[in-house]
Design a protein. Structure first.
Length: 419
């Protein structure tokens, strides 16, 4: 494929790299894209309305893509589009037109796995970079070299790749390497599971995964159930990946792009995780010799975590302790409550958009890019006309809250979950 096509842009060696690894964030819709970039992402990856593996995400129209590219460009950030399905015959019609439209929208790169999508992009949309998707499960330097020879500037490694394997790949092949550093792990090789197909006729390899590995199951021995009524049932989901404590090793081993998983996750999740990794990456490059992981970063990360965290395959092959077989512990003790829309220096009131119920007397936290943070109790709550409210109970409602310190648009307010 591609090697005899004179129009295909061939990769001739490492391009100019940022002075530090790229921080790549997920964005399931336009609002999430804006928050990811505002909180520190160098690039975001999104899905269009075809050819991606998250068919249940909101996904982007071409007009939304153009708006997202324009917003990201103000921060010097890029937008990538996942086109990472394995295509069936009926998927091919319209592919050329779709890829040209991505190029016209200003998309910097596609993330692809299927050779026909890769070759078609090189032929009809040469301004689009093509990054090899993790769906190809690439874990050795000779496979990486193959894709470099096919004209690809970047390979997204399989989640199952270790530090040692990345180092060997980088020693043999001069190419950009992207690796997942945070988020959900697949219980199978990414995208290659057929449980979803079998149980629900939803194809994991075409964007329909129902996450059946996280369902609850009964176990039977000789037709007898192992669980008594009321006992927690068996699941087989993996814990989530978190590499915050190993950033120096990731940088030194040569990872060029740090990828966060989670196009289906909330604004609060995406912004919080990006914010922490942005601070940590910046801190490392300011003083590599004295870099230490701050407890406040760990605490902040845990406020967004949906599941217990581990290091995946980077250090060793995961064992039973790295999976969730019983009751799933919910790690995040906080709920996303509101977004700051405006702040009045004269009155000390912030205008908020409600995202979760809150009321006077509640202890909340405000957080913004760069780790700006403070905690307070809500003392005064009004509508936009200044009339007192006993609660902000309506989704997307605009309200005003007196804050202890100045806040900025796109800062977030969260509340502690009461057990």
């Amino acid at each position: 494929m591609g090697t005899t096509n004179a129009a295909a842009p061939k990769y001739k060696g490492k391009r100019n790299r940022l002075d530090r690894p790229e921080l790549l964030a997920p964005a399931g819709n336009l609002e999430k894209l804006k928050f990811a970039v505002h909180y520190g992402a160098d690039a975001v990856y999104i899905g269009g309305q075809k050819y991606g593996l998250r068919s249940n995400a909101d996904n982007f129209s071409f007009e939304e893509m153009k708006e997202g590219v324009e917003f990201a460009s103000r921060y010097g950030a890029k937008v990538f589009v996942a086109t990472n399905i394995y295509a069936h015959n009926e998927d091919i019609e319209g592919l050329e037109s779709y890829l040209r439209s991505l190029e016209e929208a200003g998309i910097a790169a596609i993330i692809a796995a299927d050779p026909v999508i890769i070759e078609t992009a090189q032929r009809v949309a040469p301004k689009l970079e093509v990054h090899l998707s993790t769906q190809q499960s690439t874990m050795n330097w000779q496979a990486v070299k193959f894709w470099k020879d096919e004209g690809l500037p970047r390979v997204v490694l399989a989640r199952e790749t270790s530090f040692k394997e990345i180092a060997e790949i980088k020693s043999h092949v001069d190419i950009e390497i992207e690796a997942f550093i945070h988020g959900a792990m697949c219980s199978s090789y990414s995208g290659r599971c057929v449980l979803s197909n079998h149980f629900t006729d939803r194809d994991s390899n075409r964007g329909g995964c129902c996450q059946s590995c996280r369902w609850k199951y009964d176990l039977f021995v000789d037709d007898e159930p192992m669980y008594e009524e009321g006992q927690e049932q068996f699941t087989m989901g993996s814990k989530d990946l978190c590499m915050i404590e190993y950033l120096p090793e990731l940088i030194e081993v040569g990872v060029d792009s740090f990828k966060i998983e989670g196009r289906m996750k909330s604004i609060h999740y995406v912004a919080t995780v990006v914010n922490v990794y942005r601070q940590a990456i910046n801190a490392y490059f300011e003083d590599p010799e004295n870099f230490r992981v701050k407890q406040e970063w760990i605490d902040e990360m845990n406020k967004a975590a949906n599941r217990p965290l581990n290091t995946g395959f980077f250090l060793d092959t995961p064992g039973a302790e790295d999976h969730i077989y019983g009751p799933e512990e919910k790690a995040a003790p906080y709920d996303f409550a509101a977004i700051v829309l405006d702040y009045d220096d004269r009155t000390g009131f912030a205008t908020l958009q409600q995202r979760n119920h809150f009321k006077p007397g509640l202890e909340v936290e405000f957080v913004g890019p760069g780790g700006t943070f403070f905690r307070q109790t809500i003392t005064e709550l009004t509508d936009v006309d200044g009339q007192p409210l006993d609660a902000a109970r309506h989704p997307m409602q605009h309200v005003r809250v007196r804050t202890l310190k100045p806040v900025k648009p796109m800062d977030m307010m969260r509340k502690k979950i009461r057990k």
